[in-house]
Design a protein. Structure first.
Length: 283
């Protein structure tokens, strides 16, 4: 007789059934605080209404995210959106923070805020040393605010610190801004961040922006000197390079993660965009 699949457990915070009941719920804790209780292993689980961003400053971890396991070392970020299945097996020297955010926090950002797009997509993002240092400082400040503040003032302070932490964390993902960037082009950037793995046609982006493909092309050429397709391809290539260089995922796994059905086509695409073959990034 076929075995019934074991359902993935869901929690407020890992191992807990309830969370504080207020709209701008922000929770910050060190990796050590919870993982040490479970011998450094957080089993696969999900959060029905919460998003999490894990910051691994140093040390290593086997990271399960949406069915794929990656072995990685810090500094890096793990974005685990609402409902996503994730789990971790940390080395005992792992250092970092876990930021947990309510649905209300995300809604308050507004759909045009790039942060909303980052928080809605599962991803592993490597960080440089400068970002690592800033996130460590802000993380400690957020922990202090959680411990020392009280009442509505605490909620406002936590939200402000959490938003600052997230903007530092996601700064490497943003394309350089152009002064006076048209609103439609800023919206295009947000849509690209949200959907670049899905290989949607340009007609989708134009329809979402309420313009023609020709208008979108005119905007990207004027601001960046490239076509909308080139902007999409550059974003895909950037993500591919990050995953290839900073994780142990195979070239085929990276191709699949980025929406390529044929690994050989992905290899040709990557070579065309970067002048290097995916396998060269693994050396």
């Amino acid at each position: 007789m076929a075995r019934t699949p074991t359902p993935v457990p869901h929690y407020a915070l890992y191992g807990e059934d309830t969370s504080p009941d207020f709209g701008d719920y922000v929770h910050c804790e060190t990796i050590e605080a919870r993982s040490r209780l479970y011998e450094w292993e957080i089993a696969a689980h999900r959060h029905l209404s919460l998003s999490q961003v894990l910051f691994l400053a140093s040390g290593g971890a086997d990271i399960l995210l949406e069915g794929k396991t990656t072995r990685a070392t810090g500094p890096l970020l793990v974005f685990a959106p609402q409902g996503s299945v994730h789990g971790f097996r940390f080395t005992e020297n792992a250092v970092g923070f876990v930021l947990t955010l309510s649905r209300e926090f995300r809604v308050a950002l507004g759909e045009d805020d790039p942060l909303a797009a980052y928080l809605s997509a599962a991803a592993l993002v490597p960080l440089d040393i400068r970002a690592k240092r800033r996130l460590m400082v802000l993380g400690r400040q957020l922990l202090e605010a959680q411990r020392d503040s009280a009442g509505q003032g605490r909620a406002l302070l936590e939200r402000a610190l959490a938003e600052s932490w997230l903007r530092v964390a996601t700064a490497p993902l943003a394309q350089p801004e152009t002064p006076g960037l048209p609103p439609q082009l800023a919206r295009f950037q947000t849509l690209v961040e949200r959907h670049f793995r899905e290989h949607r046609p340009l007609s989708y982006y134009a329809e979402e922006l309420g313009c023609t493909e020709r208008t979108l092309s005119r905007l990207t050429r004027a601001a960046w000197g490239i076509t909308p397709s080139e902007a999409l391809h550059r974003r895909i290539a950037l993500e591919a390079r990050r995953v290839l260089r900073f994780t142990n995922a195979s070239c085929s796994e990276v191709a699949e993660e980025l929406g390529f059905e044929d690994p050989s086509y992905f290899s040709r695409f990557y070579h065309r965009m970067t002048g290097r073959r995916p396998s060269e990034e693994k050396r």
